[in-house]
Design a protein around this ligand. Structure first.
Ligand code: HSE
Length: 384
């Protein structure tokens, strides 16, 4: 097998290292040579002997000897061209590009199917956690009804710091930034867009559908204050950024929002940059995938596994329908904080200082917002 890696940043270089260190064992596993022929990046990096450095991705995708193109540059422009051209040239593709698949998955998967080649993208969701392939292959006996999870490590790290180190949002953000956790476009992490890309990919496979990414309602963690975290804690909850996708009577509910989770729940205890995906289905009932959601070797581990998988598994056709009925999930219990008492249907209430805090009964968000018209408040979902 000859591999061309396009993108030699943190993850790309991790892939080179793992493939070099594990070469002998991997070759034994698949009974063939595993060779990196090209490393492609705009700036030259020190590559192990034998790997050809190139600036031009055409060298990689047009070389008849290359079997697998690994796209690790990210973004939705050049990456899209590289992947589509590679597929058209009969190359298998491995990518970690969640944004690209969420926006252009249908075109990419159709191109792969047309040219009878494979595309794997385990590293696009949950970093190194095996969840994309297992959810599709190992749960095939089941109908999936719900997927919930913490899919963004950076925001989970920030929320964990706020909680454990008693920091406010800006202080925690500065630390996360200093550790190099944030995406170049911080909005992807902080506003829930990265988590939305990932829930798109999980929902696409679970419910066998393509849909318009823009229909996912994503709200991030900027509205989470230390004060709300403390009140949530008094009530027995933690606040986590939860991505959710589930079957509804009239379609599918998919969204990303900061959510209060009962303190004893496994998901509430997923801290730091860890990710978790909880899948509800009819026979297995409930299964949880947990592990590190970001990092050089963590993500490279998934990429290398995908590279090896291109030699083994049958082609996933992704022959999915297009689904129009995608909605936010609006029926929920809600946490509401206001500076004076409100007339709400609530399950729990307490007041502290000047604040009045409610956990409402399960209700529709529109009904709640109507009742809150003209008020100043902070509001989060509460998981039942
Ligand atoms: N920014 C992403 C995260 C990186 O924090 O989860 C891994 O996809």
């Amino acid at each position: 097998m000859k591999i061309g890696i396009v993108g030699l940043g943190t993850v790309g270089f991790g892939v080179v290292e793992i493939l070099t260190q594990q070469k002998e064992r991997l070759e034994k596993t698949i009974n063939q040579e595993v060779t990196i022929k090209y490393g492609c990046a705009l700036e030259e990096v020190d590559l192990p002997d034998g790997i050809i450095y190139t600036k031009d991705f055409h060298d990689v995708i047009n070389d008849d000897e290359v079997d697998v193109v690994v796209e690790l540059i990210g973004g939705t422009t050049i990456a899209k061209t590289i992947i589509l051209e590679a597929l058209k040239n009969g190359k298998h593709v491995v990518t970690a590009n969640k944004a690209l698949l969420a926006h252009h998955g249908q075109e990419i998967f159709e191109t792969a199917a047309k040219h009878n080649v494979k595309i794997y993208y385990e590293a696009s969701v949950g970093g190194g956690i095996p969840v994309v392939v297992p959810a599709k292959e190992d749960l095939v006996a089941n109908e999936i009804s719900k997927i919930e999870g913490i899919l963004n490590g950076t925001t989970n790290f920030i929320l964990t710091l706020m909680e454990t180190d008693n920091l406010d949002f800006d202080e925690a953000l500065t630390i996360a930034d200093g550790l190099g956790f944030l995406e170049a476009d911080v909005s992807l992490d902080l506003d829930g867009i990265d988590a939305a890309h990932k829930i798109y990919i999980l929902a696409m496979n679970a419910f066998e559908m393509f849909f318009d990414f823009n229909k996912i309602h994503a709200s991030g963690i900027r509205s989470v204050t230390k004060k709300d975290m403390d009140y949530a804690k008094k009530l027995g909850y933690k606040i986590k950024l939860i991505a959710q996708a589930k079957k509804l009577e009239n379609g599918y509910g998919i969204d990303v929002s900061p959510t209060l989770i009962g303190i004893k729940d496994i998901v509430a205890n997923v801290n730091q940059a860890y990710n978790v995906v909880e899948i509800t289905c009819n026979y297995l009932e409930n299964v949880i995938f947990y592990g590190k959601g970001a990092g050089r070797y963590v993500t490279a581990s998934a990429v290398v596994s995908d590279i090896i998988k291109t030699t083994k598994t049958e082609i996933w056709k992704h022959e999915y329908r297009y689904e129009e009925n995608i909605f936010p999930i609006t029926k929920s219990q809600y946490y509401v904080r206001c500076d004076h008492p409100l007339d709400l249907d609530y399950k729990t209430y307490f007041s502290f200082d000047k604040d009045h805090i409610y956990i409402t009964n399960t209700m529709e968000l529109d009904d709640l917002k109507n009742q809150l018209e003209g008020e100043t408040y902070n509001l989060f979902k509460v998981r039942d």
